[in-house]
Design a binder for this molecule. Structure first.
Ligand code: ZN
Length: 392
């Protein structure tokens, strides 16, 4: 079903690292790569090395003065005039503090997503994954929410110019995909869809149902803000119904999906109560839609996910197993509690401050029910109905 698939990576992605106690830690990528290698899911011929994005690429989305500021603040000892302006560019706060080498690392992140897009649009691959990407909060002239350059927005702009293809951006991170949304808010050829915890309670505080796009782009922005403590069934019901409708009416030429995995109950930065099940099922549906509407053209990127030991490596590995039609993915349908490889657990357990998981999916029989489940499900259905109501 899938044809050729590419796993895009460059070790420079690992230097996108604010500092050791920052929640956005590159060890997430290493843990995932190692887990996939251990199960034999990363053959050499699937790997593709990223190029670095150049200034022309970055200028598709970001302003020249912002790029200059990022470059200046990437020096070991930034000049005083730039230090004085760091705050204005969003590079002085706790979330997204500037660090030495930031411009180069961020350019490789953007370049990796461009490499994935190029592989798919040129026809050399049907699907491509770049887990280093997904920095969806970066704005035109401001860093935000751990994101310096917006790789997805740059990649979409590149696809529009070079291939004139219609792009459906699907953002399943628990945080609203604001940077990508605003970049294409008035563009009818790019549809941005984001499912997330409502901005009432969570960063970045946007992504409400009434954000629908503007001018010619009206109707091509779709937001599904869900209630805190949403569980698997309600999340999947809202996702499935809305994304099927959006894809059927927009009829994209390519899907670019962002796979933050921070709606998991164990994630420390959100308030959702989902399990690994949604990270097993959402990629299945996106995969199906890519083949139904786009001749298979599907590029996927990473994103948030701050339980770096217990959640991210499993969620992102499940995504690649789906993209590459790996037999293990089929096995998990009947045996969700298939054990993770002992070798992987042993290799990392001594570095982990928590007990590593032992099974691919979560054993929900050990989870306590959420007391307000019915109320939460009903509220989410109201939101879903409001989204579907205005859809052609
Ligand atoms: Zn997030």
């Amino acid at each position: 079903m899938s044809g050729k698939v590419k796993f895009v990576h460059h070790d420079k992605d690992l230097s996108y690292h604010f500092h050791d106690s920052h929640p956005f830690h590159p060890i997430r990528l290493q843990l995932t790569l190692d887990l996939l290698s251990e199960v034999g899911a990363l053959p050499e011929d699937a790997k593709l090395s990223s190029r670095q994005a150049d200034e022309k690429d970055l200028l598709r989305v970001h302003s020249p003065d912002y790029i200059k500021a990022v470059q200046a603040l990437s020096m070991k000892d930034p000049a005083a005039e730039w230090l004085a302006r760091a705050e204005q560019y969003g590079l002085l706060d706790e979330d997204t503090p500037f660090f030495a080498g930031m411009h180069e690392a961020s350019s490789y992140i953007v370049g990796g997503t461009l490499t994935a897009v190029e592989a798919v649009m040129s026809g050399s691959a049907t699907h491509a994954l770049h887990l280093g990407g997904g920095l969806h909060h970066a704005l035109i002239a401001k860093a935000a929410g751990f994101c310096v350059y917006n790789d997805a927005a740059v990649a979409i702009s590149y696809i529009r110019e070079k291939y004139k293809a219609r792009v459906l951006y699907i953002d399943t991170d628990v945080h609203h995909g604001d940077g990508v949304q605003w970049s294409f808010y008035s563009d009818p050829e790019v549809c941005t869809y984001s499912i997330h915890e409502t901005g009432k309670y969570l960063f970045p505080g946007t992504g409400f149902v009434n954000e629908r796009g503007e001018h010619l782009g009206y109707g091509y922005t779709v937001n599904l803000p869900l209630q805190p403590y949403t569980e698997d069934d309600s999340w999947m019901e809202c996702f499935t119904e809305s994304i099927r409708r959006v894809t059927a009416y927009f009829k994209p030429d390519l899907i670019l999906s962002q796979h933050g995995c921070d709606a998991h109950a164990m994630d420390p930065l959100s308030h959702m109560h989902c399990s690994m099940r949604i990270y097993n099922q959402m990629p299945e549906l996106i995969h199906e839609l890519a083949h139904t509407y786009c001749g298979g053209k599907w590029v996927a990127v990473g994103g948030g996910g701050y339980d770096i030991w217990k959640v991210v490596p499993r969620a992102w590995s499940l995504l690649w197993l789906e993209m590459s039609d790996h037999p293990l993915k089929k096995k998990l349908q009947n045996h969700p509690l298939t054990p993770l490889p002992d070798e992987w657990i042993h290799r990392w357990q001594s570095q982990a401050p928590v007990s590593l998981p032992t099974e691919w999916l979560d054993d929900l029989s050990r989870w306590e029910a959420i007391p307000r489940r019915d109320e939460i499900t009903a509220k989410n259905r109201e939101t879903l109905a409001a989204v579907l109501q205005d859809m052609p």
